[in-house]
Ligand binder design. Structure first.
Ligand code: BGC
Length: 392
């Protein structure tokens, strides 16, 4: 087996989750992917491989370095690919759709065959996807769906409706009696996921708003729609427009403080807060913790960011939804390898992006609070115990 082939088999092995790479692995049955490797003619291939990792013909474009979530994705992509002896280019768009498109064009010029894109703005990314598609490059939409175009080949994702349902369910499980004050916050309206998370949360919360368990305190739009079990996208957009954090910590903090300033003491006490992700949950939780009329709060999150896991241990954030990024990364690499081999990745579901049904295989997510934080986060190897203090 050549070293190059060995590395490919190793990558494939990681991707499919096989446990043993035996010397008699059926490498001959596997088509080799296109690799962007330049082997110097005068240098023996073995030596060249030892000096530098081969480049996989795949490029990755992530939305921003300003949130721990996407740094985590970058790290876990590098970990998986370095272990397999591959080097790929990972570019960040820094919350700018024009930069995102320039990144995609750069990767096309470099000759990649597959581009994995997590769009900053779901609809604006259509232009970048179309540029790749026109160049014959496969487009894998990563975590967030690229909308309003038929230029998406595959969607690697978690079950985002289930994320929202688990957040909503957590609030429901902690509430007793009736009249519990409910404060709603959402993600960025430019991110299709914000709608999926909100849809999931609404599925679970709406019946409990209708029966009086909860009373919405910070959204006139949500109040006006509270009798509707199912909301249209436009209706969700109206609510999200009023309670968006824009996935930004400062926006979340300012909005929470404005809501608290507007609310009378009678609307505080023991409050329930739907916060869309960990970064905004910490900002919102800090604002509620600082209000002397708030006697207790239950607040949701998602991403199992290190800082939020610590907040959960410390009792400052109630829960998070663990979306195991290792799974998403493995699914993305698996999809890319399938395309490089001339095949197609596994499909268990499709997502409507406004123009087409995009094939996908959504992964499961896990609700985490103080009761299972050690088992799900540390014992599972997701984050090392040294990251945390006060973990029993
Ligand atoms: C992702 C979340 C993330 C949020 C903000 C969403 O699309 O699914 O994991 O927290 O964007 O970046």
């Amino acid at each position: 087996m050549t070293k190059k082939r060995f590395l490919f088999v190793l990558l494939t092995t990681i991707v499919v989750g096989a446990t043993v790479l035996s010397a008699c692995a059926p490498a001959a049955e596997v088509e080799e992917p296109a690799v962007m490797e330049e082997e110097a003619a005068e240098e023996p291939a073995e030596e060249a491989m030892e000096e530098e990792a081969a480049s996989l013909a795949v490029g990755i474009v992530l939305p921003t370095k300003d949130e721990p979530r996407w740094i985590q994705d970058e790290t876990r992509f590098r970990d998986a690919l370095t272990a397999a002896g591959y080097d790929v280019e990972i570019l960040f768009s820094q919350g700018d759709s024009a930069k995102e498109k320039a990144n995609v064009e750069d990767l096309i010029t470099k000759g990649v065959k597959v581009i994995v894109i997590c769009p900053h703005d779901s609809a604006a990314a259509a232009a970048a996807a179309e540029a790749a598609n026109e160049a014959g490059v496969k487009v894998v939409s990563y975590d967030r769906l690229i909308t309003d175009t038929d230029a998406v080949d595959y969607y690697v994702t978690f079950d985002s409706v289930s994320v929202g349902e688990q957040q909503g369910q957590y609030l429901v499980d902690k509430a007793e009696g009736t009249g519990n004050p409910l404060y709603l916050y959402a993600g960025a309206a430019t991110d299709n996921n914000a709608f999926l998370f909100f849809e999931g949360a609404w599925n679970v919360l709406q019946p409990k708003i209708a029966d009086g368990t909860f009373v919405i305190k910070n959204s006139s739009e949500a109040l006006a729609l509270q009798d509707k079990a199912e909301l249209t996208r436009d209706e969700m957009g109206q609510i999200i427009g009023q309670v968006t954090t824009n996935w930004d910590f400062n926006t979340a903090k300012n909005l929470a403080e404005a809501n608290l300033t507007a609310a009378p003491a009678a609307d505080k006490g023991d409050v329930f807060i739907l916060a869309p992700n960990d970064g905004t949950a910490r900002a919102i939780a800090d604002a509620y913790a600082a209000d002397t009329d708030v006697t207790s709060y239950v607040v949701t999150g998602q991403d199992a960011e290190v800082a939020s896991v610590q907040y959960i241990i410390d009792g400052k954030q109630s829960m998070t939804v663990l979306k195991d990024v290792r799974t998403l990364v493995a699914d993305a690499i698996s999809a890319a390898v399938a395309y490089l081999e001339g095949g197609a990745p596994e499909e268990t579901k499709t997502y409507d992006n406004g123009v087409m049904e995009v094939p996908a295989k959504p992964s499961e997510v896990v609700s985490v609070d103080q009761d299972n934080v050690k088992a799900e986060i540390v014992d599972s190897g997701y984050w090392p115990a040294e990251e945390f203090t006060g973990l029993e």
